[in-house]
Design a protein around this ligand. Sequence first.
Ligand SMILES: [Mg+2]
Length: 372
Amino acid sequence: MKLSRIILHHLRIPMKEVFKTALGTETVRDTLLVEVWGEGGEVGWGEVVATHSPWYSSETVETAWHVIRDFIAPSLRGKDVEPSTFGDEVSWIRGHRMCKAGVEFALWDLKGRLTSKPIRDLIGGVKDRVEVGLSVGVIGDFARLIKAVSEGLSKGFRRIKLKVKPGWDVDPVRAVRREFGEIPLQVDANGSFTLTGDHVSRLKELDRYGLLMIEQPLHHEDLVKHSKLQKMISTPICLDESIRSALDAEAAYNLGSCRVINIKPGRVGGLAETLRIHDFWAGKGLPVWIGGMLETGVGRAFAVAAASLPSVKYPSDISPSSRFWEVDVVEPPWELRSDGTMEVPRKPGIGVEVLDKVVRRYEVKSLGISLS
Ligand SMILES: [Mg+2]
């Protein structure tokens, strides 16, 4: 595909629900939408899932803006590009995976629209509906925790994930087990624990609650200590932040650092790398699931498509639009069905339409770059 231009849209959107994790609190979401134009005027949309600050990864909306404007866009000028090989073509740019994913996503959408295929079909997805789980932030109050879990279960979410950190760890899990029994339950520490005595004893205590998995308990750069911890507990460790690429997945497998991977397509450089991680892990007979980054409805489309892959064996963190946004930037908004699943679109590309007026309402700045 030849492109005629790329347009960057920096949006700042107020969130309906404050979301707190071991890493920080989100009340406003800055995000970068990427719009690519094909030669014939067709349009594809993608989203860079970085935020205003490097709290989750080293990338931000501003670093992505810089890298796309100064390096990726010039490298696309006059070239034939395909979403499946885009990541390899920009592999000379080290890191910046969220930034690369944002552009790659837009190419997948454009490809889907040009070939009249949904992204699910382009990447080999097999499901019509995907299972959705609820992620509950570090609430710090037991009555509010029970209320949030109760509401999530009544809406149909297929599993509950509790964000934990040292000091808010065993007690909330015990409270939820006592109130709701053997529901599908897991925790996510966002790397906030260490292998010191006190933390290890808490992690071993969590091991007694029949959790589906303990997600990213230790530092995101430490596969070796995760391997040591996995030998101490029987609950599967799931790695999220630690897995940036298929090479990381291979290292984690060889070290025995985890048994499950939470793949975030926007974190690993896009759908092509998502497929590599998925296929490698599936080849070892191990499961994955798809995580969320509080994306708008644009980024959500790629998570939904990825969740339709065959080795996604657990519910994914794919919130409906109404959880965090008063108005999503896409139509129709993403909705949770009462059975806790979400429909995988059959329409071409991302399967939803981007609403210009909503993009403009939240737009902080935009930049058009000619590629012809
Ligand atoms: Mg996580």
